[in-house]
Design a protein around this ligand. Structure first.
Ligand code: SF4
Ligand code: SF4
Length: 661
């Protein structure tokens, strides 16, 4: 054993760990300062997410080449971890190694293979950055990323020749055949005193690069090396479209009280870990419809800006001085008003993010603060918020007209105390009042009747679910409507609720449980597909090409993918758009954008262009908002496309069948 080497090693370890610990203290302190978030339930699903998203790199592998290269580096990092201890032991005593593992030939092979894979991963990633220069990296800390890649390359570039020098010196405990690459490299060494000196230099270089990495990484965006697995574990496990409710009750402890996100002091601990975990990969930005149509919003830059603000104010946040007015308002200190209002809450960013960052929670919380504390929001949305509050629907129509769409259809309107029907059809505001969306309600009612389903509607007792007010940030109004609707629904206690609107579907099924409303909710496409499967309605198949647009709140937020496609296939010949399923592209209406002016180029026109490119002349939808937005997009872009709900297409097919019989 070499005591001088031991002392030197302990000194450099102490220095590196000291620098690391200084940063870790700040990071842990900030997380501990975070407001509460309920993320300790559903542990089996969390473990599954960890295995699939973190260890399995599932989301990264959605883009094969960069995903695979990252996976090589990540898996290599795990596989090569024991070699750090081996190198440190060898510094002190070159003939010693880790007991048992240090003698295993298979481990030697693993080290050789993964060292090469990591090197391939680093070189390819570097080339992608330098040669392809993807737009998604714009605004990221690329210099930092390249230095980190160089350090990783340095780790494996010293590991392999170090092993090779040990083979040349016959210091390896396993047969050289288990290390084909190191063995081949060992031919470069003569085996004499020069090799012994090289072995010392290489092992020291290897350890010093690793310790530099440890000290440097927490000060960079590669902090995600430590936080990403934690963030994935605490990511959402179900109800992806659900927003965390705000507590307004008087029993709410003071430390839990928050009216959205005004300053960094309002961030929940999960939101703080989110910002620490961003890898700046830009995958979220690549899929963001607001960014794609030239708006100011980039979900990546938003998360980075929140992190920058957190680090700028973090030290004072941890002292009494940072607990009050001394903190800057996040809007506009970190992000502009436009960035906050550009979001359509489509969830594409959340779906894509490899480290389970939940951008929508940040954005809606920023809106909550602007709306509820500062009364600051786009002026054109004001009538909607007022009408939702006063008239219980966002278009300001009289509630007494809510069932007018059903005139002449002989639809039962439930009165208080009536027995519950087999199905309560929750029509939603758009399908109740909007002239174009009403056709969906009419078609659904006709189909339910044709199948002999015992159903009824609430008529004037059905109020807006509160979704647009909530996505705008007005949690007060949302919760008032939620409580009113839950009281009505609990009174009716329907075995099944069917709704045509994915936004209502999301709120009824995923958000009302927080207010005591637990229901069996089906989207009309699911219920109608079941009726077709059971032979209760029989459409006529045709060769008409139909392309189906997945609504974000149906496909991405709630995993309803197959049922609408079954209906399309039952009446025509389906053709998929380029972006489909969970990787769909928004129509532009979500996040209350139905009631806001859109700056710059239009999201709905972008989607209509994609639909038109399929060659289909029918664009099927399963959402009243998508119906209106895409129909607008067809008109303004002058395309020759018919936009129709799947229920309407199904009803027409059945009518054609009866006409021909
Ligand atoms: S939810 Fe959609 S619009 Fe909002 S930031 Fe994410 S991708 Fe962009
Ligand atoms: S938020 Fe997620 S997807 Fe976006 S840049 Fe950061 S890590 Fe990548």
């Amino acid at each position: 054993m070499s005591y001088p080497a031991l002392v030197a090693l302990l000194l450099v370890i102490a220095l590196s760990v000291g620098i690391f610990a200084r940063r870790a203290r700040l990071l842990v302190g900030l997380v501990r300062k975070g407001k509460p978030a309920q993320r300790f339930d559903d542990v089996p699903a969390r473990i599954r997410n960890e295995a699939v998203i973190a260890l399995g790199q599932r989301k990264l592998l959605q883009r094969l080449l960069p995903g695979l290269m990252h996976a090589f580096i990540f898996w290599g990092f795990i596989a090569l971890l024991p070699t750090i201890a081996m190198a440190m032991i060898a510094i002190v005593d070159r003939t010693a190694s880790i007991p048992w593992l240090g003698e295993q030939g298979w481990f030697a092979l693993l080290v050789d293979v993964f060292a090469v894979l990591v090197l391939i991963g680093v070189i390819t990633t570097f080339s992608i950055r330098k040669i392809q220069r993807p737009e998604r990296f714009k605004g990221s800390h690329t210099g930092e990323a390249e230095l980190i890649l160089a350090l990783i390359a340095g780790v494996v570039a010293t590991l392999l020749p170090w092993h090779a020098s040990r083979i040349a010196l016959s210091l390896n405990e396993w047969p050289a055949a288990w290390s084909p690459i190191s063995s081949a490299l060992s031919n470069l060494f003569g085996g004499g005193p020069g090799t012994a000196a090289a072995e010392r230099a290489l092992v020291w270089a290897h350890v010093l690069i690793i310790l530099s990495f440890l000290a440097y990484v927490p000060y960079t965006k590669h902090l995600h090396v430590f936080t990403a697995v934690v963030n994935v574990f605490f990511g959402r496990t179900k109800a992806h479209g659900r927003l965390e409710p705000i507590r307004f009750d008087e029993e709410c402890p003071e430390e839990e009280m928050r009216l959205g996100l005004g300053t960094v002091a309002d961030m929940t601990w999960k939101q703080i870990v989110d910002t620490f975990s961003c890898t700046e990969c830009g995958r979220c930005q690549d899929v963001c419809p607001a960014h794609a149509t030239g708006k100011d919003l980039s979900p990546k830059l938003l998360i980075m800006a929140l992190r920058d603000q957190l680090f700028a104010e973090g030290p004072s946040l941890l002292t009494a001085a940072g607990s009050g007015d001394s903190l800057a308002p996040l809007v506009p200190a970190a992000v502009s008003d436009d960035v906050v209002w550009d979001c359509v809450t489509c969830g594409a960013c959340v779906q894509e993010c490899p480290v389970s960052i939940e951008h929508i929670d940040h954005i809606v919380d920023l809106r909550r603060h602007l709306v509820m504390v500062e009364s600051r929001f786009p002026a054109e949305a004001e009538p909607m918020l007022r009408d939702v509050e006063r008239s219980s629907n966002p278009s300001g129509n009289a509630q007494s007209d809510r069932a007018a769409w059903a005139d002449g259809l002989d639809v039962r309107v439930l009165e208080p105390g009536d027995p519950a029907p087999e199905v309560l059809y929750w029509v939603g505001c758009a399908a109740s009042f909007d002239p174009r969306a009403r056709q969906t309600a009419v078609s659904t009612a006709k189909l339910l009747k044709a199948a002999g389903v015992d159903f009824a509607i609430l008529g004037p007792r059905e109020c807006c679910t509160g979704d647009p007010a909530r996505r705008m940030g007005n949690e007060y109004v949302f919760q008032a409507l939620a409580e009113q609707n839950v009281e009505t629904l609990n009174d009716v206690a329907p075995p099944t609720i069917v709704t045509s609107c994915p936004h209502c579907f999301n709120t009824l099924s995923s958000e009302y449980p927080d207010f005591g409303g637990n229901y069996n909710v089906k989207h009309h496409s699911e219920f109608l597909a079941g009726l077709v499967r059971d032979g209760r309605i029989t459409p006529t198949a045709s060769d008409t090409p139909i392309t189906y647009h997945d609504s974000c709140y149906l496909a991405r937020h709630n995993d309803v993918l197959e049922a609408p496609r079954e209906l399309v296939a039952a009446v025509g010949k389906p053709i998929e758009m380029q972006r489909n399923g969970k990787r769909t592209f928004c129509c532009g209406a979500g996040g209350a954008h139905m009631w806001m002016e859109e700056r710059g180029s239009q999201i709905n026109e972008e989607r209509v262009r994609e639909a038109d490119a399929t060659g289909a002349k029918t664009l099927a939808v399963a959402c009243p908002f998508c119906t209106v937005m895409l129909d607008d997009g067809v008109r303004t872009s002058g395309r020759d496309l018919r936009v129709a709900d799947v229920a309407t297409l199904l009803a027409e097919s059945i009518e054609q069948r009866s006409d021909s019989e």
